[in-house]
Design a protein around this ligand. Sequence first.
Ligand SMILES: *[C@@H]1O[C@H](CO)[C@@H](O)[C@H](O)[C@H]1NC(C)=O
Length: 206
Amino acid sequence: MASKFLKPTFVYLLLALVTLVNASDPDILTDFVAPQNSNGIDGSFFTFTGLRGIFDKTPPATFTVTKASMAEFPALNGQSVSFATLQFPAGSTNPPHTHPRSAELLFVVEGSLEVGVIDTTNKLYNQTLQLGDMFVFPKGLVHYQYNADTKESAMAISAFGSASAGTVSVPASVFTTGIDEGILAKAFKTDIATIKKIKAGLAPKP
Ligand SMILES: *[C@@H]1O[C@H](CO)[C@@H](O)[C@H](O)[C@H]1NC(C)=O
């Protein structure tokens, strides 16, 4: 299994790169942002262990994102960097979404992925990525990833130039937030029955 993964060391290079070229969060006026009422900060404040073992554990059964952003790792506050791991079982997809506050630099560390990004003129740029390839999704643009392999899982690590890149899922934001079905039917030039069908498919499974 280990040979299917690239050395995590490269990931630190990515982190440095993103810090230099894509820092976008507001600058802070201190070395770092300590939590309030904290005394005795030590190395563990700057350490994130939430992904420990991820390269060895049995892969998940459904598409899974594990974030290491400011919410999970408070020391990132003010540092303009974060990571996420993306695990794709065979045939799974990360549906179209955007990150409003950051570009995403995706690095394939297992398997292969089909990816695409759509610009503001609605032009699609897609690519099939192999193990070791990187792809940059520009800030704010709609993009997706898909593991087309019917047998093998895939994994990617994504670096962000924000401690809190944010994620807006296109299907969820449009169809699961209570927008009037008549408005959606008009927007998608279809009928309310079709809108209801799409919504049913997106509803959480009991
Ligand atoms: C891009 O998508 C089209 C289908 O929309 C597909 O035919 C083509 O192979 C894809 N290109 C790459 C490089 O994956």
